[in-house]
Design a protein around this ligand. Structure first.
Ligand code: GLP
Length: 244
């Protein structure tokens, strides 16, 4: 079931997302957070840092698993998702870094790394909440549009549109990795709750597909309507194709 909230400004959206996570951690101090990268959740991470500084959240027992990582980028690379998480959240809160997990983009045996990541997620008991952004093409994590989607953690060749969209973070488009390791739909659906954030007009079609009755593997986010507890926070631009 999807609960949709539409906001006039990104700050309110970010605060709502942070409040949902704060309430979860207050109820379950060792919660497992499934986390996402991208520019969309940055405001929510800032709001979480502010709530930590105001003594509203204690992250000391929290565990995290991230959705995805580029293949070939070392954790110290400024565009790696490990670096992103450290910079945008982990370095600013009292989380035990040993309890934060991001797939290994440098694993010599990619297939094995995927299996091990699924074992890890299972051993943590699956996310209590999975934060998601969405690509303009409807991808979640790096589960790209396709005629069939993949359940386990797997390696994914990125679509040209994704490489182009993410090139803004790199010096040139040639530096953008062309493949990634991503949690599949399986682990995402095992999360007890999904918190999806989307802002900007570029996400309007993906959000319309999510809110339509159809399940379209060519727009992976549309699958989330099968999950029993999905909270969707969007701004007016991302909601522009919806009748709300
Ligand atoms: C990347 C990530 C996704 C993210 C998407 C949207 O490709 N793998 O997890 O949701 O981009 O990013 P942004 O929030 O910057 O629009």
């Amino acid at each position: 079931m999807i609960k949709l909230y539409v906001y006039d400004n990104e700050q309110e959206l970010a605060e709502h997302g942070a409040l949902i996570i704060q309430e979860l951690i207050q109820a379950k101090p060792n919660a497992v957070l499934g986390l996402a990268t991208g520019s969309t959740p940055v405001g929510m991470y800032q709001a979480l840092i502010a709530r930590y500084q105001a003594n509203k959240i204690d992250f000391s027992k929290v565990r995290t698993v991230n959705l995805d990582e580029y293949l070939g980028l070392e954790p110290s690379h400024p565009q790696s998702y490990r670096y992103f998480m450290n910079e945008n959240l982990f370095n600013h809160i009292n989380i035990d870094k040993q309890q934060t997990h991001v797939p290994d983009g440098l694993a010599p045996d990619g297939e094995k790394a995927c299996e091990q990541y699924d074992e890890l997620i299972e051993s943590l008991g699956y996310p209590d909440i999975q934060v998601l952004g969405v690509g303009a093409n409807g991808h979640i994590g790096f589960n790209e549009p396709a005629s069939t989607l993949t359940a386990p953690t797997h390696l994914e060749v990125l679509k040209t549109s994704t490489i182009e969209a993410n090139a803004r973070f790199f010096n040139s488009i040639d530096e953008v990795p062309t493949s990634a390791i991503t949690m599949g739909l399986g682990a995402i659906f095992q999360a007890k709750r999904i918190l999806l954030l989307a802002t900007g007009e570029a996400k309007a079609e993906a959000i319309a597909s999510l809110m339509s009755p159809k399940l379209d593997p060519n727009c992976p986010v549309s699958m989330l309507k099968l999950h029993h507890d999905v909270v969707v926070l969007v701004d007016r631009k991302a909601a522009k194709l919806l009748a709300v």
